[in-house]
Design a protein. Structure first.
Lengths: 182, 633
């Protein structure tokens, strides 16, 4: 359940030999939602200091009035687009740090390169939290990730791609700017 | 040492592969800045212990017991959890050691082992436990639930004779999660393996007279903790019971049970709480069962049912639930830290011997909004400390007759800083020498309330009483014996907002009244009139709002607590007035027509927060984060 592949090094500790590990095998790409290379309405960036965010900002599909009164789908294709340099080919788990308004404002479409849209969603509302998304098979090199409107009232602070199925983000993650092309 | 350093709270998880049981010696270091300053957990065939090493001096802390028996070529999962106060060592799904210490923080994590090897170590950051699910989604949508056994599905509307007349878009709550047993119990889990100290709550409705329940600390189908509830209409030995059960290796052991089963077709709210070996079960917010067992120490929450009739689950919430429960059954060095006086573990109690002012503290400085209670007996004055930090604390103390303290025959709430006690409130309270009493203190955002044997005795408001450790207090001549400490956090306040309607009233006029969050308020007949709440609010209450830009316009607002609409001069009123172009607010406090005070407040922040509160016997007004009025009224 908690298997995690790491390489080992050895250092001395007190009078004992201490086995150690380096996280060379794990690739964790943390992208600030505000670090897009392009954005189109109705997706919008919001600056908010002191709100427990990764970089004092987030993206959102603003709440509409009336909110969620029909089931006809999103009102527009507003989105934020990111270029991510994947260092190693593999299967990556996607996580998104989100804030949902309610059950009718709790998802984003995710479109990787030209692949069919998938989405992230759960039912924890009005608080920032990590949502587990789909697993993505990615080749090494640059990929475009598009976070797109699915429902109004949805916000995103960070997203993460990680080639470990065991690591679970629980708080704001440290941005890994080396993987992001702006 | 592990390469990635993570700030607490975190969990180190790995597998221990044993090659030579006789030579096995596992050591795990936490918060290590150097070899002379670290925590060390040692696990060997006949011993487990935790040490705090400071300046090269090692001190054993906490409580522990050895692992049963190691065998060659065997594997065990291990977890070490560390937050700002606790250290927990779990091996083979058994809590082997617990320690409490805040001396060291912010160092490296590592391990050494002989007679075995550590496989696949992972440092998992920990955070607040929180998830909710109202199951409001289509039946084929993804979810966070994993069906471990039985049949589980998201269910729109009810499955009964009326269901064909229902329409989802006209239902206030058309969705739920439905499970039934196929062979053996049906279990669905959510959350993560490292979750600990939480409460899982669900609305439940059983179709037939089948057992159902909630699961905590789920490891696998053979290992978990559960609250199991059978039906009052069922037959058999275990009918009409509520049970807390530990399932270990597939074997069930009933840890606690009480009579009173559920009625099929009735909705209930069922809640299971787990923290530090304390397990509680509540039905409709009523505590029904308590058990103590240090099983597993962590694991996923889940839903449980038996039988083929099916059970509906809805409005599931999993939230942090932290308590400090200490019966002093065995010594736990480091858990209670003596700040002054002589303290020792004695005959299953904590004993403050000698004389004079004595204080022992426990917990974390970040604790806010909690209540703490203790059994106390002795000849000295006795009490509890709250909001304790390195240099000051607040105390609820009772002057036992014959103890020689200046407050004999009184209860006092005091603030102690640099050894000097400032009395904030006092009230008569008789405690005979050698008698036994239950003391309780509640700290709630500045308000401290004291209880003696279940009766409220006094309260005091001090803006500084916000957060800090708890403590045991003895004073004067004579020893005091403490037992059965219980500390719990106060649940968050419920909010009735004045906000934009979430329902579009023009399209759904029939829902405008009951579905609107404005519904608690009565609109005045004329402009400038008073908005009154529809209902009466009893006990403590807060009106809170923000002024976006106080310089924008001249104006005033009146906030009234405990008023009567037909009597304009009733209640306590806070009047605040702004002046265009000025950052100054004039605040006036009125009791009926009597002016209690007036203050000019310079506002530094935008928006400017305003809070007007009834807190016990106190009325408190806070503007821009500063307490402007605190009046006993």
């Amino acid at each position: 359940m908690r298997r995690f592949i790491v390489s080992a090094v050895v250092v001395s500790l007190v009078t004992l030999l201490v086995a150690g590990v380096a996280s060379a095998a794990m690739v964790k790409m943390v992208v600030e939602a505000g670090d897009y290379f392009a954005i189109s309405p109705s997706m919008a960036k919001v600056v908010a200091t002191g709100a427990g965010l990764g970089n004092n900002d987030y993206i959102q599909i603003p709440l509409r009035r009336p909110h969620a009164t029909s089931e006809t789908g999103p009102a527009d294709t507003g989105n934020a687009r990111y270029k991510v340099n994947v260092p190693t080919a593999g299967v990556y788990q996607l996580w998104a740090r989100t804030w949902w308004y309610d059950a009718c404002g709790n998802s984003f479409f995710i479109i990787v390169d030209a692949k069919p849209a998938v989405y992230v969603e759960d039912a924890t509302y009005q608080t920032w939290h990590w949502v587990k998304g789909p697993k993505l098979t990615l080749t090494a090199g640059q990929h475009t990730i598009r976070m797109q409107n699915r429902e109004d009232g949805a916000r995103m602070d960070q997203f993460m791609l990680i080639n470990s199925t065991q690591y679970v983000p629980t708080r704001v993650e440290t941005r890994t700017g080396q993987y992001v092309v702006k | 040492m592990l390469e990635d350093v993570t700030e607490p709270p975190y969990a180190l998880a790995a597998s221990l592969h044993v090659t030579d049981p006789a030579a096995l010696r596992l050591q795990i270091v936490l918060e290590q800045t150097d070899a002379d300053n670290t925590y060390v957990i040692t696990c060997a065939p006949r011993e487990t212990y935790v040490e705090r090493i400071v300046g090269g001096k090692a001190t054993r802390i906490g409580q522990s017991h050895p692992f049963g028996a190691f065998e060659a070529d065997s594997d065990f999962e291990l977890t070490v959890r560390r937050d700002a106060w606790r250290i927990v060592f779990v091996l083979g799904r058994e809590v082997l050691a617990e320690a409490w210490d805040s001396t060291l923080s912010g160092g490296g994590v590592g391990y050494s082992v002989t007679g075995g090897e550590i496989v696949d170590p992972l440092v998992q950051p920990l955070g607040d436990v929180y998830m909710t699910d109202d199951f409001m989604r289509t039946q084929d949508a993804s979810s966070t639930w994993e069906a471990v056994s039985g049949t589980w599905k998201t269910q729109s509307l009810r499955v009964d004779e009326q269901s064909d007349r229902m329409e989802a878009d006209k239902s206030a709550n058309a969705f739920s999660y439905w499970g039934k047993s196929d062979e053996g119990p049906a279990i669905a889990c959510t959350g993560y393996w490292f979750w600990t100290d939480y409460q899982v709550t669900a609305a439940v409705r059983v179709t037939e007279a089948d057992p159902m329940g909630l699961v905590a600390y789920y490891q696998d189908p053979q290992n978990y903790v559960m609250a199991r509830w059978t039906s009052a209409l069922a037959e058999g030995e275990d009918a009409d019971l509520l049970q807390i059960i530990g399932v270990r290796g597939g074997e069930r052991s009933v840890l606690a049970q009480t009579h009173g089963g559920h009625i099929p077709g009735q909705w209930y709210q069922l809640q299971l709480r787990v923290c530090d070996g304390e397990i509680q079960c509540l039905v409709d917010d009523e505590p029904r069962l308590v058990a103590h067992a240090n099983l597993f120490g962590q694991g996923q929450p889940g839903l449980y049912c038996e039988g083929a009739g099916g059970v509906f689950f809805d409005s599931v919430a999993v939230e942090d639930w932290k308590v400090l429960s200490d019966e002093f059954a065995q010594p736990a060095p480091g858990k209670w830290v003596a700040r002054s006086g002589d303290w020792k573990h004695d005959a299953g109690t904590m004993l403050a011997s000698g004389s004079g002012s004595r204080l022992a503290v426990a917990g974390m400085e970040s604790w806010q909004r909690y209540w703490v209670a203790v059994d106390a007996e002795g000849k000295g004055a006795m009490g509890l400390a709250v909001c304790a930090d390195a240099s000051s604390w607040y105390g609820l103390r009772f002057g036992t007759k014959g103890s020689g303290v200046s407050y004999e025959g009184e209860a006092q709430i005091v603030r102690v800083a640099d050894g000097e006690a400032q009395v904030l409130a006092s009230a008569p309270a008789h405690i005979a020498s050698g008698s036994s009493h239950r003391l309780k203190a509640v700290v709630d955002d500045g308000l401290i309330t004291g209880y003696l044997d279940g009766k409220r005795v006094l309260d005091a408001y001090d803006a500084g009483a916000i957060s800090g450790r708890t403590g045991l207090v003895a004073d004067g001549a004579g020893s005091v014996r403490f037992d059965n400490v219980y500390l719990a956090m106060i649940p968050p306040k419920r909010i009735a907002r004045v906000a934009k309607e979430f329902t579009e009233g023009d399209e759904h006029f029939e829902m405008q009244e009951w579905a609107s969050t404005r519904a608690p308020w009565l609109k005045p007949a004329e402009d400038g009139g008073t908005w009154w709440t529809k209902g009466d609010y009893f006990g403590d209450k807060t009106i809170a709002f923000e002024i976006p830009n106080i310089e924008a316009a001249a104006g005033s607002v009146r906030l009234t607590l405990e008023g009567t609409p037909d009597e304009p001069a009733s209640g306590i009123t806070l009047m605040i007035a702004t002046t265009k172009g000025s950052k100054s607010i004039t605040a006036t406090l009125l009791a009926g027509s009597e002016q209690l005070g007036e203050q000019a407040v310079e506002v530094a922040n935008a928006p400017c927060s305003v809070r007007f509160e009834r807190k016990g016997t106190w009325v408190v007004a806070t503007i821009d984060g500063n307490v402007v009025f605190n009046v006993k009224r």
